[in-house]
Design a protein around this ligand. Sequence first.
Ligand code: PLP
Ligand code: ZN
Length: 424
Amino acid sequence: MNKFVGYRCSLCGEEYSPVEVTYTCPKDGGNLDVVLDYDSIKNKYQPEDLLSRTDPSLWRFLPLLPVAEPEGESTPLHVAGGTPVFKFTALAEKLGLQNLWLKDESRNPTASFKDRGSAVVVARAREIGAEVVVTASTGNAGAALAGMAAAVGQKAVIFAPKSAPQAKVAQLLIFGAKVLLVDGSYDDAFDLAVSAANEFGWYCRNTGYNPFTAEGKKTAAFEIWEWWENTHRIWHEQFGTDVDHAPLTIFVSVGDGNIISGIHKGFKELFQLGWIARIPRIIGVQAEGSCAVANAFHGNTETITPVSSKTIADSISVNLPRDGVRAVRAVKETGGTYVNVSDDEILKAIAELGTVGVFAEPAGAAAYAGLIKGAGSGVVGGEDPILVLNTGSGLKDVGAAMSAASYQAAPIIKPTLKAVKRSL
Ligand SMILES: *Cc1c(COP(=O)(O)O)cnc(C)c1O
Ligand SMILES: [Zn+2]
């Protein structure tokens, strides 16, 4: 059964066969949705077939992916996904919520959500026999592509802005990618990666350009579905089957808008298969200094007007979001909204998550900052069950972490008990 049947343009609706196009719609440049044969998937599989699989990685959702799993086993690529969900009772109480969870994507092999997209893009690259994969990246997408490529012996070239945090550049280099630091913005690197891919025949992973990144990212929705089913079962066992509750609300940070649209697509597919009765409410969080998608949503338009981005959260610092239209729709079609947060609020959220053992980079903590703001302004009610995504590890940007912690900087003391006593 070949379940990958083609692409549909998110703007004009035109459909293309798998071999007709590679990246975006030739007519209008719109992002392409990968189309699967949902009828045959539905005939062949029941939800239990997937939920009962024991492989914890994203590859257990293979029946819903347009690629084959690359050869090899137990490499970093083969274990991407399968991230844990934590329940935070004290933080929930502080925010006046009954139920608060966090899904920690920093536990991915290269420590960000991007591994999901890159794992599936590398799988696609193997299938089409691409010799080199390339991407533009603020850091994480590149680290993920370089890491997933290294795992299966695939060559990778990465364009990153020269301002990318050092830890991320270190990852790129250690994974053996050819790294080119661009004297310009992420947007400059993006255009350069596209031109280079065309010039040299490389396979380009660029976010919001390559349709397969969202296919990897949608696996987070599948995992959330699985976890939520399980949570329900436990609630029913404890409180009886008639227990009712508000639908799940998910907070996710948004830069290019590909994570949020990938998650939305995952839930739409589960809905189309008849495996879920309702799609969770999705709330996008942007940095105040990089909020082109939020602007479009609140302006009630799908026209994305570029901004001149400036935020500490480098992973969501984007002038022109490349998946903006679908990112607007993800919240619009699920009854969600967009919340903007300041750099100061992001730093506070890093510190707050640290108190419960989660170390987030600024873009990862932004989603939690959005929840703090949303809980205080009525965007969510106390009875809404909330799931926040932490999309990246704090180890990726130690400089930002030190700013978040500066109000309680570590004192340097003499090696004596007296000095210890004085500083306690
Ligand atoms: C890429 C990234 C995001 C945003 O994802 P988009 O698809 O660009 O919206 C958020 N957080 C982290 C840590 C990321 O690396
Ligand atoms: Zn089109």
